[in-house]
Design a protein around this ligand. Sequence first.
Ligand code: ADP
Length: 303
Amino acid sequence: MTPSAVLQDIPVLAADIGGTKILVALVRGNKVLTSRLLPTLRDAGPVEWMSALHEVAIQWRGEFDCVGVTVSGQVESGVWKSVNPATLSVGKPFDIAASLSRIGAHFEVLNDAQSAAWGEHIYGAGQGSDLVYLTVSTGLGGGIVCNGKLLQGQRGLAGHFGLVSQNLTASDGGAEPFEDLATGRWIANQALTETGIEHSSKSVFENAREGKAWARRIVSTSALRVAKLCRDISFVIDPPMIVIGGGIGLAEGFVAEIERHLNELIPNHNIDILTSVLREKAGIVGIAAIAAQSHIHQERNMQ
Ligand code: ADP
């Protein structure tokens, strides 16, 4: 039996807590059996977000064998920390493991883009291949699968490409993280600056498709910056592919725009830039696979 066939047997309660939305689902293998989409009430904080998850867990009690939760930010030994509070602030470090233990099932918790990278590796664009995954969303996260293993790093930080400095020569040390200059928040802020009117990033993309010069400029600048990041990643990791997901990454035309810029930055490059196959499910499918695998190990050890 292939590993994925074993994983298909385990129903998992999976949740993805991002800067804009919380997706809670029952997942079996790469199949989402049912799901709930909730807004992330950013000011409410992790206790409230977790109680929303607990409510769903109570409603679905008996329907899952284990739990997988994936979050925006750093997860170190079961403690959740914001790396860039502008993307999502959890306030002081939050013991998410203690909160999840109250559900009463075996659980795993991990950074969202790392989980998505694993999802794409097992079931998505990678299908067993090494890859780098980038989620271009409220912020920008990443995950690295190298030699068939998910790289989590010493403190759960591996793949936080959105946190790299955007300007190494800046006098302040380039403290402003890259993600503050390319993602959903930047696009919306830039649109407000350019037009004086509030626009969501979705509306900026719609205006760009309608040919509005200001919107095309914003989308193109964001894609150019992500293309430069892809170039840098190719020099550091040299992955066979970079898979792009997230609300901005999946917006129509964005990956093509990254490719166009990359072709100008490095003519004749052979970096495959692919759109996420699992799309908005990448995080929950990835964490479900990790939780199911770990549940199988735990059951075997108890026999
Ligand atoms: P999260 O950051 O919570 O994981 P997403 O990956 O959906 O959530 O990213 C949210 C960002 O993507 C927001 O800035 C949102 O406005 C933007 N977004 C979502 N859908 C679209 C779309 N169709 N076109 C452009 N931007 C989008």
